[in-house]
Design a protein around this ligand. Sequence first.
Ligand SMILES: C[S@@+](CC[C@H](N)C(=O)[O-])C[C@H]1O[C@@H](n2cnc3c(N)ncnc32)[C@H](O)[C@@H]1O
Length: 249
Amino acid sequence: METYGKLCTEFYDISKPEAPADALEFYLRHFSAAEGPVLEPMCGSGRFLIPFLEKGIDIDGVDASPHMLQACQVHCERKGLRPVLYQQLLQELDLPHRYAYIFIPAGSFGLVTDKKDAAESLQRLYQHLLPGGKLVIEIETTFAQPEVSGKWHEWRITRADGAELVFSALPMYDTKNQLQEDIHRYQLFNNGQLIETEIEHLSLRLYEPARFQKLLEDTGFADVRATRGYEDTKIDGGEKVVVFECRKM
Ligand SMILES: C[S@@+](CC[C@H](N)C(=O)[O-])C[C@H]1O[C@@H](n2cnc3c(N)ncnc32)[C@H](O)[C@@H]1O
């Protein structure tokens, strides 16, 4: 089943128009030391990629969702930017360039839930780095599991044209497999009338940091370092989000 479809993209775009300032600064800070082309896989509608482009940084984006990529393209065109975007799955990543710095923010890597696909994705990221290049990748840990499983939540936003988008989510957590398995429903209402419905099953793998560190090391990455989200400080074990930095030697 498709994820990040048309209504999901609209809701995501309106509700998350900008990257959190601390996260964006963190990923930009890593760039200044990298000095070379940048890749943001799973770039979505571009809330990280666009500020990089605005600074004149040579960055490419890749994402699986045509809707998210189309939204990114439209935002860029409005700002007079010309992004290089590719539609590919991370586990099938095959681009004509190599990069000095690759980053995946917002815990998106956990969306590749199949273990073989996750290992293959890390291999492909490794292959797309230049020698000495750096990967910075964010994961959500098992501490980020939903506080309440099996209960619907609802959010509503009004579009610029007055139509209403309603997002309903049923989070469920499979403790044994460390998988969050959510059902999402997006509904578009105009003058109180239901126009469109989109259903999405979204799975997210939560990691124990030591396990993810091992996955990176098994891929061949060197200098693997786990830090707290955006602070560059060591983790103490209770974090919901952990950022890993590592290099291709
Ligand atoms: C949570 S969004 C984050 C987008 C962007 N990084 C941001 O912070 O706004 C996750 C993105 O990952 C993409 N995605 C999910 N699974 C993917 C996969 N297997 N390969 C490539 N992209 C994928 C989705 O289409 C979506 O745009």
